[in-house]
Design a protein around this ligand. Structure first.
Ligand SMILES: Nc1ncnc2c1ncn2[C@@H]1O[C@H](COP(=O)(O)OP(=O)(O)O)[C@@H](O)[C@H]1O
Ligand SMILES: [Mg+2]
Length: 257
């Protein structure tokens, strides 16, 4: 679905050049659910924007087999139109002049996301979780085959987060959608994704498969390995903090899965 080949990205601004990504190679297969994790500033948003075609790579290339209009993007904030109702926000793409007839069933989406009773509400009448659900509905309305999500639940409280995670998993299990989900929350990554990819300082730093039936112990161990990749990088180089002594080193499972 998407192949990222030796991609680098340099931003040139007043503060000089910033190398946000360097030599990153990854593949996202059709129907997969990948979580992208790493510290703030490691290049997660940059990679997502490059995949979306919102930004141009400085080196390497990105091969995407889906047309741009079938790529949906969900931001951390809902970014709803305050003067439009919930239903109108979901149908916003139709108003914005997208290709006719290429949209989902707005009423069905509202029902699936538990928003049917709020269809006529305005955004300011909604809780944060509901607003973010509307944002997700607006993205689904365009029938995306590839959904790119940038810390979409980051601003929500724990309970709301759990509910939305369950909603998202349900949607993904219906099939036909490939998801790339950015989060800095390892537990969220493990709850949602089949695969966790770690970026560190703009470089690929490991990929970890997530078995759906992880025991509590295996989950803890995986969590620690991912944390080590985030902190120390793929090779586990750098000075190991006492905290990591005895922790298993991240296993490189290949960037081109
Ligand atoms: N438009 C931009 N102009 C200049 N530098 C940028 C721009 N966007 C991101 N950066 C820089 O690129 C690096 C990666 O940023 P980003 O992709 O937003 O990281 P993350 O999403 O992982 O926090 C950071 O050092 C950031 O300051
Ligand atoms: Mg970001």
């Amino acid at each position: 679905m998407v192949r990222v080949e030796e991609v680098s990205k340099v931003y040139r601004g007043r503060g000089g050049a910033v190398e946000a990504l360097r030599g990153v190679s990854l593949e996202f297969s059709e129907g997969s659910f990948t979580a992208l994790v790493g510290r703030s500033g490691c290049g997660k948003t940059t990679l997502l924007r490059l995949i979306a075609g919102l930004e141009r790579e400085s080196g390497g290339r990105i091969v995407r087999s889906v047309p741009r209009r079938q790529v949906g993007y969900v931001f951390q904030e809902p970014r709803l139109m305050p003067w439009l109702s919930v239903a109108e926000n979901v149908r916003f793409a139709a108003r914005a002049g997208g290709p006719a007839g290429d949209f989902g069933d707005a009423d069905g989406i509202l029902r699936t996301l538990g928003l049917a009773d709020f269809a006529r509400c305005l955004p300011h009448e909604l809780s944060g979780g509901m607003a973010q659900r509307v944002a997700l509905g607006r993205t689904l309305f365009c029938r995306p085959r590839l959904i790119l999500m940038d810390e979409p639940f980051g601003a929500l409280d724990w309970f709301t987060r759990r509910t939305l995670q369950a909603d998202l998993l349900r949607l993904w299990r219906e099939g036909g959608r490939t998801i790339v989900f950015v989060t800095h929350d390892i537990d969220e990554a493990l709850t949602l994704a089949e695969r966790v990819v770690v970026l560190r300082e703009g470089r690929f730093a490991g990929t970890f498969g997530v078995d759906g039936e992880l025991s509590a112990e295996a989950r803890m161990e995986l969590r620690e390995r991912i944390l080590a990749a985030i902190e120390l990088g793929d090779a586990g180089s750098g000075v190991a903090l006492p905290f990591f002594e005895g922790a298993s080193r991240p296993r490189h499972e290949g960037g081109r899965s």
